[in-house]
Design a protein around this ligand. Structure first.
Ligand code: NCD
Length: 382
């Protein structure tokens, strides 16, 4: 547009951007991106300093000078200096180290490398501070944290009789955050009281599972556009299913939510939850047939029968396949109903449902990654 307008007034502007994102190297990118700027620096800084005609060391120094100035040209901030330094490293690297090797790689790699290098530079370019850029890079790389810990209490001092309070006091000295999954209800609460650092309840016995709920809420809001005005069916093990308990606690905070609890008699939702719903005057029904209520649901939250919390194997075997969501049942549901599941699934959702566009349980996993990243960044105050 600028070139066209210039023409109308009799000016002839040179092209400033020439499809930069097709570039196969960073060197090529800077031949195509902001051409007037790079040619100015070439003609007025790089060449007067001797360009590449002096010694190789001098050549590198000239390049460094150009990129320090190009960085500062964009603004007086360290982020721009770092941005310039990044391109200096890439261009010097391509000139002296990997340029030839790069040219021999398949096109898709050259393109990918260039795009990645440029995208990293834009994070530095747009960040208000270097620390912000650092946090952004960590998030891009999956936070880059390290995990200390044990997946099984038998490999910790708990086996020797150490109390939760002491384990936590020790872990506080090593880590920045504790994420605790514990078979006993309330253990994270005890941990919180003895910890110097934030404690995330990653599931305590048959009680609660708040981070799964954050995941569920993000999934619902992202795929349904809202968290209000839904008839929510929760199906399966509502007695021991901690994800169910946490989700109910969270959803009551939103407007116009109706619950349908679908479970066998033995696995009904605990009384403390129905009491809470009564006090808050929130509508709920307890039923055993999934088919009967299917047409009314906006969301269906399926759960696994929690084998590990049963006192006897017989009861588990009798109840485990009580509900199996299959294609036939999905036919009864609304065309925009969502099926969620905290996973792992056992038999309660037949694999034939996986292709149904309403099956959201694997998308849910992806949202879980984002939510937990956000939670960790929040707790670290980054
Ligand atoms: C859930 C849990 O641990 O409560 N799973 C999970 O968080 N990955 C659900 C379950 O185990 O059934």
């Amino acid at each position: 547009m600028a070139i066209g307008l210039g023409r109308m007034f009799g000016f002839h502007f040179l092209e400033n951007f020439n499809y930069p994102y097709v570039s196969q190297s960073v060197t090529e990118f800077w031949r195509r991106w902001h051409i007037s700027l790079s040619s100015w620096f070439r003609d007025y800084v790089y060449i007067p300093l001797g360009g590449s005609r002096r010694s190789p060391a001098r050549n590198i120094l000239n390049l460094a000078a150009v990129w320090l100035l190009t960085g500062l040209w964009h603004g007086a901030a360290w982020t721009f200096v770092l941005w310039g330094a990044w391109f200096f490293l890439l261009l010097a690297g391509e000139k002296l180290l990997w340029g030839r090797g790069l040219a021999r790689l398949p096109r898709v790699f050259r393109h990918g490398y260039t795009l990645l290098a440029v995208m990293i530079s834009w994070v530095l370019f747009r960040s208000p501070s270097a620390a912000y850029a650092g946090a952004y890079f960590q998030a891009m790389l999956g936070l880059g944290g390290r995990v200390l810990g044990f997946s099984d209490s038998s490999s910790s001092s708990a086996k020797k009789g150490e109390s939760v309070a002491d384990t936590i006091a020790v872990a506080s000295a090593y880590a920045d955050i504790i994420a605790m999954r514990h078979p006993k209800e309330g253990a994270p609460m005890v941990a919180m009281e003895h910890s110097q650092i934030p404690v995330i309840n990653a599931g305590d016995g048959g009680h609660q599972h708040p981070t799964q709920t954050l995941t569920d809420l993000l999934t619902i809001r992202s795929l349904k556009g809202s968290l209000s005005g839904f008839t929510v069916g929760l199906c399966g093990d509502l007695k021991f299913g901690r994800t169910v308990h946490s989700l109910i606690h969270a959803l009551v905070r939103y407007e116009d939510i109706r619950f349908l609890f679908i479970s066998p008699e033995e696995l009904k939702v605990p009384d403390y939850i129905t009491e809470m719903l009564k006090t808050r005057e929130i509508s709920y029904e307890e039923v055993t047939s999934l088919e009967d209520v299917m047409p009314r649901l906006d969301l269906l939250y399926m759960t696994r029968v929690q084998k590990e919390r049963f006192f006897n194997e017989e009861d588990y075997v009798r109840l485990k396949d009580f509900y199996i969501l299959d294609k036939a049942k999905m036919k009864l549901a609304k065309p925009d109903m969502l099926v969620l599941h905290p996973l792992p699934r056992v038999n309660e959702i037949s694999v034939e449902v996986d292709d149904d566009p309403r099956a959201a349980y694997f998308k849910q996993v992806q949202y879980g990654v984002y939510v937990r990243m956000a939670l960790i960044l929040t707790l670290l105050e980054i």
